[in-house]
Design a protein. Structure first.
Length: 180
């Protein structure tokens, strides 16, 4: 069973749902994340874990891991989740937390990867799905796919093309992880 962590729009969450994967719980660090609505419309359990409601990050991560475990989650997917996870969370789901990122990691980790790749003038970029560790987009890579950067790309057009890849790649890799 899959738990998904989100902070934003949730188009990758939607791709997992459209693929028919067994998503049973969706959690966010932001109460107002649009992605939570996509899940609650489908009667999937949702909860927000805002940092300000806890003494520190480890306490928040423990509460979030407890909640996911209560829902039977074995594989956790970060689908646009914008906080780092501490060992208080990661140790609870060993080798079973994956992230999707809009660059060819290890190039361009971090929250502004699309803008930074355009500014650097790279000829190609892509999407990466990787196992999560405590670093910034730094765990072992599971899958990658490339896409060309066009002369007239803006951050929006480029990110949209990368997301098309993400929406294929992420469900495939998550499906494989669930089947192991
Ligand atoms: C995706 O580009 C993902 O790679 C990055 O955040 C974005 C999330 O988009 N980590 P969405 O919320 O799934 O639409």
């Amino acid at each position: 069973m899959i738990g998904v962590l989100v902070s934003g729009a949730g188009t990758n969450l939607q791709a997992l749902l459209d693929a028919g994967l067994p998503v049973v719980a969706v959690a966010s660090n932001r109460r107002d994340a649009k992605a939570l609505e996509r899940a609650s419309h489908l009667a999937i359990a949702t909860e927000s874990f805002e940092l300000g409601d806890y003494a520190d990050r480890a306490e928040r991560d423990t509460a979030m891991a407890d909640w996911l475990e209560r829902h039977g989650v074995r594989v956790v997917v970060l689908a646009g989740y914008m906080h780092l996870l501490t060992s208080a969370f990661l140790d609870r789901f060993p080798d079973a937390v994956v992230n999707v990122h809009p660059s060819l990691l290890p190039e361009f980790p971090g929250a502004h990867a699309v803008e930074e790749q355009l500014a650097a003038g790279v000829a190609e970029t892509g999407a990466t799905v990787h196992l999560v560790d405590e670093g910034v987009d730094s765990g072992p890579i599971l899958a990658q796919e490339r896409v060309a950067v066009l002369d007239d790309d803006t951050p929006e057009t480029l990110h949209a093309r990368i997301k098309e890849i993400e929406h294929r790649l992420l469900p495939r890799v998550v499906g494989e992880l669930c089947a192991r």
